[in-house]
Design a protein around this ligand. Structure first.
Ligand code: A2P
Length: 280
């Protein structure tokens, strides 16, 4: 990576390859933030995919060379959006997020425009209901898919579950779902009231809230299905996308297999797909 100094009169920003400009930053809790940045004109992606983003690290004290700090981040904005949005954890000693959490509008980040991922509609066979299962920052790809018209074209019902430790960690998802009601594009394309197809099931595990417990336990007890007023998961009607911490992914994968669903991929669509949530 070459870091080129700009002319003295220009803003003192290094011109990095693949640089994009931050346009908005929102801090949700002391552990979570989201930000928006410009979108490279050449970047096409499918809602639910991820890209590598990051910053230049400090220069190596010996060589003076700067290392690139890159991580895989789900794109939280839908494929039609002019800008890109990301939803991130802040890890105080995390190599990237300890720095990334301080970005401000006007700053530059590095974005490799090569989107990939399995949480895409193409990796699932047609069905009646789609379940989005998220923990923590695993909500990010669903923030994209919930704003994607195809989600509502392909399914009669869209169920999003989000399990977090604390109430404040649910806010980003809660606000996003509320905003769908007045989303002009989706109301125009899908029809007014499209958002009534959505069933939102937020739960917390370490702070009091209207619904407490891990989604896995709530499903095992049948409580989640009762609360949602839906039949238990079956391979004919249900499709699922999973994005959370490793233990959660493994547990819910086993449960979905138990309901008779098979894991799909871009090359072989099936009934559910899984991806790790970002942890720095
Ligand atoms: P818990 O508080 O009981 O560990 P984290 O912030 O550690 O990534 O966790 C996000 C949420 O995921 C927490 O509410 C956590 O619950 C929950 N969680 C962790 N492991 C599992 C699992 N195996 N199944 C379901 N939920 C889980």
């Amino acid at each position: 990576i070459n870091v080129t100094d700009t002319a003295a009169s220009a803003p003192k920003l290094p011109t990095l390859p693949d640089a994009q400009t931050v346009t908005e930053v929102k801090h949700w809790t002391d552990r979570l933030f989201s930000f928006r940045c410009t979108r490279p004109a050449s970047l096409r992606f499918r809602s639910g995919e991820f890209v590598m983003i990051g910053l230049m690290g400090d220069p190596d004290p010996k060589t003076g060379k700067q290392k690139l700090l890159l991580r895989a981040y789900s794109i939280a904005s839908p494929s039609w959006d002019e800008e890109l949005e990301f939803y991130s954890i802040k890890v105080q000693d995390g190599p990237l997020t300890s720095r990334l959490q301080h970005i401000q509008p006007g700053d530059q980040i590095i974005l490799r425009p090569k989107p990939v991922g399995t949480l895409v509609h193409d990796a699932l066979l047609p069905g009646k209901r789609i379940w989005f299962f998220a923990t923590g920052t695993g909500f990010a790809p669903f923030a994209s898919l919930l704003r994607e018209p195809q989600t509502y074209e392909d399914y009669d019902e869209v169920i999003i579950t989000h399990t977090c430790r604390e109430v404040g960690e649910l806010q980003y998802g809660h606000d996003l779902i509320e905003a769908l009601k007045s989303d002009e594009l989706l109301n125009d394309v899908i029809g007014e009231g499209f958002w009534k197809k959505i069933k939102y099931y937020p739960t917390t595990t370490r702070e009091e809230s209207p619904k407490m417990g891990r989604i896995t336990d709530l499903m095992r007890k049948g409580e989640a299905f009762e609360d949602l007023g839906v039949a238990p998961i079956n391979p004919q009607d249900d499709r699922a996308m999973v994005c959370g911490n490793l233990a959660f992914n493994l547990e819910i994968k086993e449960m979905l297999e138990g309901y008779g669903l098979e894991e799909g991929a871009n090359s072989k669509p099936a009934q559910y797909v899984v991806e790790k949530a970002f942890l720095d």
